[in-house]
Structure formats: C-alpha cells, structure tokens
Design a protein around this ligand. Sequence first.
Ligand code: AKG
Length: 293
Amino acid sequence: MFCFGMGSLYSEQRFAVYWGCDTTYIRLKQRQQILWIMNGPLTQSRQQEFNDNGYLIERSLASEETVAAMNAIIEDTVRPALAPVEYEADVHYPGSPVSKSAPGGQTPRRLLNAYARDVVFRDWARSPAVVGRLQQMLNCQRVMVSQNHHNCIMTKHPGFSSVTSWHQDMRYWSFDQPELVSVWLALGNETPDNGGLMLIPGSHKLDLPRGRLDAALFLRTDIADNEALINNAIPAELNAGDTLFFHCRTFHAASQNDSQALKKSLVYTYHCENNRAIPETRSANHADIVVSS
Ligand SMILES: O=C(O)CCC(=O)C(=O)O
C-alpha cells in the first residue's frame, strides 16, 4: 500500500513522492523518470554488487572524527594491550611467534570485546549507516551484533604479525544458517603490503567439497583447483574510514604487515534475529545485541 504526496522541487519542476513501509520512490514528473529508488542507504545496484561478490566497500563511511577518536583509544590501550586480548602467538599461523615467551610473543592480534571498550565503538556498531546497509544485505529488519569473537580491534604490528590463510569466517561461527556479515572498518590505510585483506569475489556462493579444505578449514594449497580460485583474488585497498562488508562465506586471506606502522581495523559480525547461535558453542558464549531500532 502506498501513500502519496506532491511538492515543488524547483519552480519549473514538480516531483511526486510515493512511500510505503520500506520503499520510497522520488519521481521528477517532468522527465517521468524514477531518479532514485531507495530501500535503504544502498542503491539496488550496490546491493546487487554485494549479492554477486559477497563483499562491498563503502568509502568514507566513518567520519574523520570517529576514526581519530577510535585511533586515540587504541593507541592508549595497545601497549601493553588491555585485556581481553588474542595474541599472535595464540593462533599458530605462519609467521606467528612460537609462544608468548618467544621474541614478539606479547604481540596482540586482536583487542577483544570492542563493543564493551568504549561508547565510540558501540555508536559505530549500531549506527544507522552500518545497520541500514546490513538490513538490506541480510534482508531483515531486526539485526543483531555478536559479542563473540569478531567483536574486536584487529591490530597488525610490524615485525611480529602472521599470515592468515584463505578461509571463510564460517569456520569460527556456529549458527542456524551461514548468513552473517562482517563489517570491517579501516582505521588507517590497508593494502597487501601492510597485511590488508584479499578477497575472492563470488566465493560465498561456492559449495566446495570438504577435501578442498585442510584440517583447520583453510583452502589447501596443494590442489590445482584451489590455485585457480585463489588467482581470482583481489585486494581490498582501504583508506581510513572506508568500510568493507563481507559475507561469512566469502574466502579471504591476509599477509604479514611489512610496513613500519601498526595497522588497526575494527570488526563486528552481524546476523538477523531469527538466525540463532547454536547453544553451547563459542558463538553463544555472550548474548547478541539488537542494533536495529
Ligand atoms: O588480518 C588478518 O590477518 C585477517 C583476519 C581474518 O581474516 C580473520 O580473522 O578472519
């Protein structure tokens, strides 16, 4: 059911506005052309891009002030790292320090529980710019943020970072449905040189046989078909404030930070309210939070 309204945009042009619960059409009558079809902040073509590729980069989504406030908090709490923390030595990935007592062993990989760390992180997590996009990508009104695992500030330090091999984030999650979206906010420049993410477009649609993955659910590197798949990867080149949305089935990877500067990114993962964490799994450790109004 549509409501109807009319008004003047310019003296010589009239426009009509139709709106329903979710959809607004703005039509310039003079051209009889729909200029703008909106179901939320993403145009249909941007939403289609996300559906096709399994990821979408939205440039400058966070303001300079927000990025500066977040960076200041992180700089204050990363050396030494304020608990709870995951250390590079915890993950045992290629390049990780072998233990917490080895050289570089105290290098933090993630400052965990970002949502609880400061209101600036909470405000971002529940901001209309983020949540509106997620409602479209996840196709639901009621969106929740997880307080488990990807609720963190990723810190990639020069000198002691590790390689994250090709994986889908579903390896971390236990949910009714593999329908989650992570939101990765760059707090500085990210390129392959400083360990920025690489993604394989369209890989969220693949249903690979178990044999294509190793014991830890990374893509096996000894299989020619995987090599062909990995050759399609593209880097997510980000500037501070740019935001990468990616589906939990999109294969991605990252190398070590070969620059001289700490790389910082804020990451949250979201799902629809009717997609529940499986009880007694790590995904259900802490209650999820509704972020849509
Ligand atoms: O920054 C990285 O090394 C990649 C992180 C990542 O993909 C993950 O934690 O799932």
